[in-house]
Design a protein around this ligand. Structure first.
Ligand code: PMP
Length: 362
C-alpha cells in the first residue's frame, strides 16, 4: 500500500526510499525542510521560468533545431565540437543508457569507489553487471591505485563521481587526469560531475579536457544542481563521437527532452548571476551547518557539494523517523557498517529547522 497519497510527499512513495530507508508503517508528515535529494532550493532561475513560459506555445513542434542550437551552445562552453555532446532527461538517464549499451551483449563488471552514487549500484544491478566496489581512502577521495588494480578482464566500465556522492569529497584533479588517461586506454571511464560547479576552492577540475586528447572518457553533467532544475530534467554527456554513436544505436539521440526543457536549459546556461548566487548561498548555509555540527559534536566530512555527510549514533531508520516527525527530510546511509546522515544544503531557514531537529535527537 502507498505510504502517503499526499502529492506533496511523493518522495516517500518512491520505491527506492521505501525499500531502503523507511519502516513499512511509516506515515509521511508535512515536510518543511526537504533536505534529502541535494536539490537547489533557489531554482529554477527566473530566466529559465520565463523561457519556459515563452516557449510552451511552440510545443506542438518537435524540437530538433532547438536541441541542436542548445548542443552548439554547450559544445562551445565545453570547448569541444557538437558531435561530442549527447543530451538526456537528466544525467542519471544517460548513465542508464551507457550501462544498457555496455552490458546488453553480455556480463561484466563496473569498478567504482565505495561509497558512491547509489543509482550506479542500482543501474549495475538492473543491467546484470557486477558492481566491484573499491573503498575510498582515509580522506574519502577515490583510491585510484586500488581502483586501477581492481580492473580485470571482465571490467567494461569504470565509474568515478567527482565530487563524490554521498561523501561530498573531491579527488584531486591532476591525480584523476592521470588515472583517466591511463585507464581509458583499456576501458571507458564514466566521470559523473553532477556537483562540480559547486566545488568552490577545490583542487580539482573537469575531465572534459581529456576529450580533446581523444581519451575514452564520458563526462556527465546535469542541470539539476547548480542550475536548480531537477524537475525539468536536463543533462548531457561529453564523450568521443565514436562512443556516442555506439550509444545512439539504441537511443533516439537525445530527443528525450522537451521543447520547454531545451529553452529552460539554454536560458540557465547564460544565467551566471543565478549560478554565482547559488554558490554563495550554498557556501554560507554550509558554514552555518558546519558551525552547528561542531557545537553538537558531530564529525562531518568537509564537503565540496550541496550536502554534508556525518556519522550518527542512532540507526538510519530512527534518524529518518525522528527527523520527519519534525518536518525534516534527510537521507541515511550505512557506510563501513555504521549509520550516517546525509543532509542537503537548503535555505538558511531549512538549515535552522534541521539543526533544531538534530539538537533534539538524543
Ligand atoms: N549523479 C549524481 C552523483 C547525483 O547525485 C545525481 C542526483 N542525485 C545525478 C547524477 C542525477 O541527476 P539528474 O538525473 O537529475 O541529472
Amino acid at each position: 500500500a502507498p505510504l502517503s497519497l499526499d502529492p506533496e510527499n511523493r518522495i516517500f512513495r518512491s520505491p527506492m526510499v521505501r525499500e531502503h530507508f523507511l519502516p513499512n508503517d511509516f506515515k509521511a508528515p508535512k515536510i518543511i525542510a526537504k533536505l534529502n535529494s541535494n536539490e537547489n532550493p533557489y531554482g529554477p532561475p527566473m530566466s529559465a521560468q520565463k523561457a519556459v513560459a515563452d516557449s510552451v506555445k511552440n510545443g506542438n513542434r518537435y524540437a530538433w533545431k532547438e536541441m541542436y542550437d542548445l548542443i552548439d551552445k554547450i559544445a562551445k562552453k565545453e570547448g569541444v565540437t557538437a558531435d561530442h555532446i549527447m543530451m538526456g532527461p537528466g544525467s542519471s538517464d544517460l548513465l542508464e543508457k551507457v550501462a544498457l549499451v555496455t552490458f546488453m551483449n553480455g556480463k561484466g563488471n563496473i569498478v567504482s569507489a565505495d561509497p558512491c552514487y547509489m543509482s550506479l549500484v542500482q543501474v549495475a544491478k538492473s543491467v546484470g553487471a557486477t558492481w566491484k566496489p573499491v573503498p575510498c581512502t582515509a580522506d574519502w577521495s577515490h583510491d585510484l591505485k586500488a581502483m586501477e588494480a581492481a580492473i580485470d578482464s571482465e571490467t567494461k566500465l569504470v565509474y568515478v563521481c567527482n565530487p563524490n556522492n554521498p561523501t561530498g569529497a573531491i579527488t584531486k584533479g591532476q591525480d584523476l587526469l592521470d588515472f583517466c588517461s591511463r585507464v581509458s586506454e583499456k576501458v571507458p571511464v564514466f566521470v559523473d560531475e553532477a556537483y562540480i560547479e559547486l566545488a568552490v576552492g577545490a583542487d580539482t577540475q573537469s575531465m572534459v579536457s581529456l576529450l580533446t586528447q581523444k581519451k575514452n572518457v564520458i563526462v556527465a553533467r546535469t542541470f539539476s544542481k547548480i542550475m536548480g532544475m531537477a524537475g525539468i530534467r536536463v543533462g548531457y554527456m561529453v564523450a568521443l563521437p565514436t562512443y556516442l554513436a555506439s550509444i545512439n544505436k539504441i537511443t533516439r539521440g537525445g530527443m528525450g527532452i522537451s521543447y520547454t526543457s531545451i529553452f529552460a536549459a539554454s536560458a540557465s546556461l547564460d544565467d551566471n548571476q543565478f549560478q554565482d548566487t547559488t554558490r554563495k548561498l550554498n557556501h554560507e548555509a554550509k558554514l552555518y551547518l558546519y558551525e552547528n555540527l561542531d557545537k553538537l559534536g558531530y564529525k562531518y566530512i568537509p564537503s565540496y557539494t550541496n550536502f554534508v555527510l556525518f556519522p550518527i549514533s542512532i540507526t538510519g531508520k530512527e534518524l529518518l523517523t525522528k527527523m520527519s516527525d519534525k518536518g525534516v527530510a534527510v537521507r541515511s546511509f550505512d557506510i563501513q557498517n555504521k549509520p550516517w546522515c546525509r543532509v542537503s544544503i537548503g535555505t538558511m531557514d531549512e538549515m535552522k529547522a534541521f539543526v533544531g531537529a538534530l539538537n533534539q535527537l538524543s
